[in-house]
Ligand binder design. Structure first.
Ligand code: DX5
Ligand code: ZN
Length: 228
């Protein structure tokens, strides 16, 4: 990948203090976050339930950063309109939540017709080639480095080879600008390895929202780790 490319840091608010949501979101923005990553879970695609459009709207009211919504839900298409209304800028749905390439393709078109960006996420067990036919249709590819459902899990570092394969494929296809995001267990210790593998967007949940440091300190630590 292009060595001069700006690496984006996308804090996930999953481990933030929801009682102080506005401050927590603003702290990430002031601390240098590039966008926010909101993890929506429906209790079906993954066991937990997190939040929906009211909280997306609350975050929208607290920041001018772009908002991507990681939809760990069984029927992502059902939520596009309400999430768009709430102020999401990018929908990320799971390839595992659709029946295959043609349903994914239709969902991408729907998101684009709403004027939104669309990304696809793939779980650890999904092979990289499953999404090869969709790479030229999406605005971001999200490679899960953990089983989705919980923040704070350790990264499965062997999955970085999948990132490398997908980055190589997107380059072969001439899609050098396609952002590849990694989600799960990103920390200062492994952030540079993610970028070397081909990621240009790093989701950081517990690395940014934790008891040890402020979001600003945490984001600075990630950036320092990336500078090497
Ligand atoms: C998990 C979510 C992730 C997670 C990231 O299902 O998709 O975005 O919250 O949290 P960390 O960075 O703590 O793994
Ligand atoms: Zn996520």
């Amino acid at each position: 990948m292009n060595a001069s490319r700006h690496i984006e840091i996308a804090p996930s608010i999953l481990t933030a203090d929801f009682g102080r949501l506005t401050q927590q979101v603003r702290a990430a923005e002031r601390g240098g976050a590039d966008l926010l990553h909101l993890d929506v879970m429906d209790g079906h695609f993954v066991p937990r339930i997190t939040f929906g459009d009211p909280l997306i709207a609350a975050v929208r009211g607290a920041t001018s950063l772009p908002i991507e919504v990681h939809m760990m839900v069984e029927s992502p298409g059902e939520y596009f309109e309400s999430f768009a209304e709430a102020g999401a800028d990018r929908f990320i749905f799971h390839f595992e939540a659709v029946t295959g390439v043609s349903e994914a393709d239709a969902l991408i078109s729907r998101g684009h017709r709403l004027g939104k960006q669309v990304g696809i996420a793939i779980n650890p067990a999904t092979p990289p080639w499953a999404v090869f036919p969709l790479l030229d249709r999406i605005d971001e590819l999200v490679v899960m480095l953990i089983e989705p459902g919980w923040g704070g899990q350790p990264m499965q570092a062997d999955l970085l080879s999948k990132v490398g394969l997908l980055e190589a494929r997107s380059r072969t296809d001439g899609l050098t600008e396609l952002p590849i995001e990694v989600d799960g267990g990103v920390k200062p210790e492994n952030a540079a390895a993610c970028v070397r593998a081909g990621a240009s967007v790093l989701v950081a949940g517990s690395a940014v929202y934790n008891d040890q440091e402020t979001p600003r300190q945490a984001i600075s630590r990630l950036r320092r780790a990336l500078r090497g």
